[in-house]
Ligand binder design. Sequence first.
Ligand SMILES: C[S@@+](CC[C@H](N)C(=O)[O-])C[C@H]1O[C@@H](n2cnc3c(N)ncnc32)[C@H](O)[C@@H]1O
Length: 273
Amino acid sequence: MRTGCSMPQRRGTRIRGRLLERANARLSPRRPGRRADSPHRGAAAHLGIRLREYDVRIPTLIPPYDEMLAAASTAVAAVESRSPVVVDLGIGSGALAARCVASVPRARLVGIDTDEGMLALARKRLQRLGDRVDLVPADFLSAPLPRCDVVTASFSLHHIPTRRRKAALYGRCFKAIRAGGLLVNADCCLASNAALQAQDRRAWLRHLERSYTPARARGFLRAWAHEDVYFRLEDEIAMMRAAGFTVDVPWRRHSFAVIVGTKSGGVDPCRDI
Ligand SMILES: C[S@@+](CC[C@H](N)C(=O)[O-])C[C@H]1O[C@@H](n2cnc3c(N)ncnc32)[C@H](O)[C@@H]1O
């Protein structure tokens, strides 16, 4: 099924063919806003909001949402290739992907998501990019990852249920990324110190209470805790290192961080120092 514009190069067509072959076997029937292959609800239902409100509501739910996407897309510009293939895992409505293209104008995008409703939002937002975008309905935990220069993810990898599966995904990302490429992940990453963790949770609640009643704010965190799995920042770093990446954290505040894994082998990072 065609969900976006195909990439101009034969490489893009091959990538798409392989991804779709696997995805189609898994995703049917489809309904907007639902993940047909998974017991989870669609992304909007999981967040307790309506799909069409996603872009307006997400900054009310995640304190530094815009700032994190800005930091992640700035990090993407550190990739060595000037015309990189960027694979966005759990592209959602395409907010990070759009920023990546603003930051690296010659990038080509592959967006993977299981939620048809979210993919429809991304398709609309990225329409102007034409055949430089490929939107693929697939589960990033099982679909083959195309050869690429950057893998990005924002607020999607906390849906991975276990450390083993997350570590395996990081390993697959490392294999898919060319030397000099990056894995850029913006997500909730907990402090290791329990008292700091509690402070960070209170800060998240305070942010939610700017838009919602205290009961609703607590309800959000309780409901997400059933489906989301947050690891400590130090565990995230350890998993990425174990996969082969060198790791930087260019942005962090309270429970949130942007983590960058570099697959070295390209330019010596110390050459200009
Ligand atoms: C909270 S939304 C974030 C969307 C977007 N990246 C953003 O920053 O706004 C999480 C997205 O990840 C997708 N997702 C979660 N698990 C997935 C999986 N295993 N495979 C593909 N997509 C997944 C959801 O469908 C949803 O669109």
